[in-house]
Write a protein that binds this ligand. Structure first.
Ligand SMILES: O[C@H]1[C@H](O)[C@@H](O)[C@H](O)[C@@H](O)[C@H]1O
Length: 523
């Protein structure tokens, strides 16, 4: 199995995944725990479908804002949206995803995984409907924040739920498909935005766009009624017999009762070991200042520290390169440029991102993570600089609804469109994907914490980009905003070139040895 498809390992307790992607708590920790030969039955399809919906929701809710912002007009608070309004409405979602995700792990342990997914789906529905019904900017911000909380909770709990339920043989594929579903969700959001924007009523179109986000969440709620709680959580709650019934159901017809027993036994052993470890930790924690074990190990063990630095570097760069400025504001940009159907033009951003994500996932193992980044980032820099150059011919203001495109500007507008496509293709091939393969950098005992911190870096940088893009466009001009992103990409290129070793094709142990290397850049 290639390393991107290789089931990833969860955190020290073998279950926590904080990076929005599915990890495998079993394959390395307790080999052969699941009956790998089970054919994918209806249950696995439901599981895959459910995983896909959470990716779609993530993508839909982040993508739909692009068309929404250009369709709202003056329907909120009786005035056109200012750049600050647009920035806050957009970025509050990532801020709340960032704030909520750590609490999701606590709730998932106490309430159970399924209940937290119920809650997240409920929040998705309430947030979507509140946005659809909102009459002021403030209510819209509350609705978007509720959806952000749902994204934060779901992106933690759904992968964890699936990792604990899916038989090992099917789990790896779910890792790689999540990012495809996110980008597909963004395409769907853009198509919905275009269709409602073009053919819907002017007053209600944007309300439908945001309100429709409730639909996939409602479908996922329906599927959840057919799904069980995870065996691991049931064992933890002292319900081993219920756990056995679930394992039997998951393992399919062909699984013998011996293998079901073996699976249950393994989970019980693991849960006991976790309890024992946390009791030991509690006993050895003599004073309050002492860092929790895994945090201590993450910071003080050189290879863990290096792994964390690389994971945070890649996740930060994934956002600071500015891609989501386009994802959130492409319709605003293309309106400013005078394209007749901006929501249709902006579909190229989402479709290029989706298409090249698929290309990336086909080739990434053959080409290698480091190499694919070093090949693709120069295209991003080129695209950004060309777009900046194109903007230098156009005088516009992001506040104005009617930036006329004089005929002489049309060449520049087309140049910007093509440059943006080059940039997005470069992004989707490398930075859009590679950072999410972060788990393979960390050793088992710090994997959950390390992935969690790197993911928080992603949400934090996402928030900064969403909040500042339009303000930078106003303050610096579009040309210099794009040049700034190009500089950030170029700096990122240098850092990756210096510090990120190739891990593709290496076993986890070999990757770890590489990070131990004395001669390697980070201290
Ligand atoms: O990997 C995903 C993908 O690239 C999305 O298109 C982007 O919006 C997300 O921020 C990113 O995490």
């Amino acid at each position: 199995m290639s390393s991107a498809e290789e089931p990833l390992i969860a955190g020290s307790n073998g279950s926590e995944s904080n990076d929005g992607f599915i990890e495998d708590p079993d394959t390395h920790a307790v080999p052969g725990k699941h009956p790998d030969d089970a054919a994918p039955g209806l249950f696995i399809w439901l599981l895959a479908f459910s995983a896909g919906i959470s990716g779609l929701l993530f993508g839909y809710d982040t993508g739909v804002i692009s068309a929404t912002l250009v369709s709202i007009g003056s329907s909120l608070s009786g005035r056109p949206l200012s750049s600050l309004d647009k920035s806050v409405v957009t970025s509050c979602t990532s801020l709340f995803a960032l704030i909520i995700s750590p609490f999701a792990s606590i709730l998932a342990d106490s309430l159970g995984r399924k209940r937290v997914i119920f809650v997240a789906d409920g929040l998705f529905i309430v947030g979507a409907l509140l946005q659809a019904a909102s009459s002021t900017v403030a209510i819209m911000v509350v609705g978007r924040s509720i959806v952000g909380a749902a994204v934060g909770a779901a992106s933690f709990v759904v992968p964890l739920y699936i990792a604990e339920l899916a038989p090992a043989a099917h789990r790896g594929r779910l890792v790689t498909t999540t990012v495809i579903f996110i980008t597909l969700g963004q395409v769907v959001a853009y198509i919905v935005g275009w269709l409602f924007g073009e053919y819907g009523s002017k007053d209600t179109a944007w309300r439908w766009m945001v309100g429709l986000g409730a639909l996939p969440a409602a479908v996922q709620l329906g599927i959840l009624f057919l799904m069980p709680e995870t065996p691991r959580w049931l064992v933890r709650s002292g319900r081993s017999e219920d756990a056995r019934a679930v394992i039997k159901k998951v393992s399919g017809q062909r699984a013998s009762s011996r293998s079901v027993d073996a699976t249950l036994k393994n989970i019980e052993i693991e849960v006991r070991a976790e309890d024992e470890a946390s009791r030991r930790r509690a006993r050895t924690t003599q004073n309050a200042i002492r860092l929790p074990d895994s945090l201590h190990e993450l910071i003080h063990v050189r290879r863990n520290r290096r792994a964390l630095a690389i994971a945070c570097l890649l996740q930060g760069l994934q956002q600071l390169c500015g891609f989501n400025s386009l994802m959130y504001f492409s319709a605003t940009i293309f309106t400013m440029l005078g394209f007749p159907i901006p929501t249709l033009t902006s579909l190229v951003v989402a479709v290029t991102n989706f298409g090249f994500t698929i290309v990336a996932l086909i080739f990434i193992d053959r080409v290698g993570r480091r190499r694919i980044l070093l090949w693709s980032i120069p295209f991003m820099v080129l695209g950004l600089l060309l777009a900046g150059y194109g903007f230098s011919f156009i005088k516009l203001s992001s506040n104005s609804d009617d930036n006329p495109t004089e005929p002489s500007y049309q060449g520049a507008a087309i140049l910007i469109l093509i440059s943006i496509m080059v940039y997005v293709a470069g992004y989707a091939i490398g930075l859009g994907n590679v950072p999410w393969m972060q788990s393979e950098l960390f050793s088992l005992n710090v994997r959950s914490l390390g992935s969690g911190i790197a993911t928080a870096t992603n949400w934090g940088a996402n928030f900064v980009i969403g909040l500042t893009f339009l303000l930078l466009m106003d303050a610096l001009t579009p040309t210099w905003t794009f040049v700034l992103y190009a500089v950030l990409c170029a700096v990122g290129y240098g850092l990756i070139w210096s510090f990120y070793p190739e891990t593709a094709g290496l076993s986890l142990e070999e990757a770890a040895t590489l990070l131990e290397d004395e001669n390697w850049g980070l201290g």
